[in-house]
Design a protein around this ligand. Structure first.
Ligand SMILES: [Fe+2]
Ligand SMILES: [Fe+2]
Length: 245
């Protein structure tokens, strides 16, 4: 049994005008590349966590073909909410889980298990500017936007805490934490997300959202305070899911 993760599929089977192919050669036939790699690597008893930004479809009816594709990937699938996942009303995660029961699992305000680990997670959030540059260095940023971002960070933090608390109450003490957004913004070395990861002794934090080579180093990678941080956006991984355990 193994645990894998990858994010930012940005499927667009029913909204082809949103194709990502203009964003570089990594995106050419990316669906096919991912399917081929998954079939090679992932067995039916493995788990694949999809880290959000699954589809460009806005309403559920525009996502059906993309869900068919996701369902046809091998293994047990756990989905995280990305900022572009408009089909996913944050308050209706239970409804989604009921609708896709036995096929797909949606992670928010809940948790899943893998061997003796709890898989916890939420969309997350991080301030992405605008930043103001001086001589190529960040000299300031939009204070109103930063303040607004703090509110969204707070909301996501509460959702993540609930995920930890439920797993903890059920006796789990080993954690893998998943976020769609990176755990810190480009100026930070810590955040409430890294704090809670340290507090619960998380072993790995896996995130996505940063795609395009210019963004691959926006946040923490490698080991910090004993926690392994990994970026697992699809184009960064060349559509080969990252093995977590
Ligand atoms: Fe994305
Ligand atoms: Fe995103």
């Amino acid at each position: 049994m193994s645990l894998y993760a990858i994010g930012d599929l940005h499927l667009c089977r029913q909204v082809p005008s949103k194709s990502m192919e203009a964003f570089g050669r990594e995106w050419k036939n990316h669906e096919k590349k991912l399917m081929k790699n998954c079939r090679k690597m992932i067995a039916d008893d493995d788990t694949l966590v999809l880290l959000g930004d699954h589809t460009w479809g806005k309403k559920m009816e525009q996502c059906e073909m993309d869900f068919k594709y996701i369902e046809s990937l091998p293994g047990r699938k756990i989905l995280l909410r990305g900022n572009h996942d408009m089909f996913w009303d944050a308050k209706k995660t239970e409804k989604l889980n009921a609708r896709f029961a036995g096929r797909l699992n949606f992670l928010q305000n809940n948790y899943y298990t893998y061997e003796d680990y709890a898989l916890v997670g939420t969309k997350g959030y991080t301030f992405e500017g605008p930043f103001y540059l001086e001589d190529g260095h960040i000299a300031g940023w939009d204070r109103d936007e930063a303040e607004h971002a703090e509110k969204l960070v707070g909301r996501e933090y509460i959702r993540l805490r609930e995920s930890f608390e439920k797993a903890s109450a059920d006796g789990y003490s080993r954690f893998i934490m998943f976020l769609h957004y990176p755990p810190t913004n480009i100026l930070q070395t810590k955040s409430c997300f890294t704090d809670i990861a340290e507090q619960y002794g998380v072993e790995q934090v896996i995130y996505a959202h940063c795609h395009g080579a210019a963004r691959w180093h926006d946040s923490i990678t490698g080991v910090k305070a004993g926690i392994k941080y990994k970026l697992a956006s699809g184009d960064f991984l060349k559509w080969k899911p990252e093995k977590i355990l």
